[in-house]
Write a protein that binds this ligand. Structure first.
Ligand SMILES: [Zn+2]
Ligand SMILES: [Zn+2]
Length: 163
């Protein structure tokens, strides 16, 4: 009986440790998200809301502000590059699919679409000479002419080949 009393706290701790370990491995998984919002400069947003002092010529820190007012910091990857360099996209109401990493608000973009007049639109860059799609502005891989931004309703059948 005495031995059992000594053992039981040990078992409790063991159980707690094991459950804690299980929980922490679950937490390590990135979370798939689908957000609706706009691209903003997080530094300017923090300046507006919390009076963070900024340099006038600060380097923009881009992120997403959701409809619910939550902020996510954008990771600069090739699929997100357009959101950093094309300011026309900052005016658009976007649907962004991606992953948010454990214990962060860091957002990796896997796809983005726009909502225009209540209709979901596909957003991409296109060379109409070579019929090549691109994920970011720049010159066409093939003919070196600049690609143009295309925004077209997602539900319409597209004659343009997918990348
Ligand atoms: Zn800024
Ligand atoms: Zn081309």
């Amino acid at each position: 009986m005495r031995n059992f009393k000594q053992l039981s706290p040990f078992f409790l701790i063991l159980v707690l440790l094991l459950s804690g370990a299980t929980r922490s491995t679950e937490e390590q998984k990135p979370e798939g998200v689908k957000l609706r919002g706009t691209v903003v400069c997080l530094a300017e947003e923090m300046h507006t809301h919390y009076k963070v002092a900024l340099f006038g010529n600060h380097e923009h820190l881009y992120g997403v502000k959701t409809e619910e007012g939550e902020y996510y910091t954008l990771l600069r990857t090739s699929l997100a590059e357009a959101l950093f360099v094309d300011e026309r996209l900052h005016e658009k109401d976007l649907i962004i699919n991606g992953r948010v990493f454990p214990k962060t608000q860091l957002l990796e973009v896997t796809r983005f679409l726009s909502i225009k007049d209540g209709v979901v639109h596909d957003l991409y860059y296109y060379c109409d000479t070579c019929y090549i799609r691109a994920v970011a502005p720049g010159n066409c891989d093939c003919c070196q002419a600049p690609v143009v931004l295309i925004e077209r309703p997602l539900n319409k059948d597209s004659l343009i080949p997918s990348p």
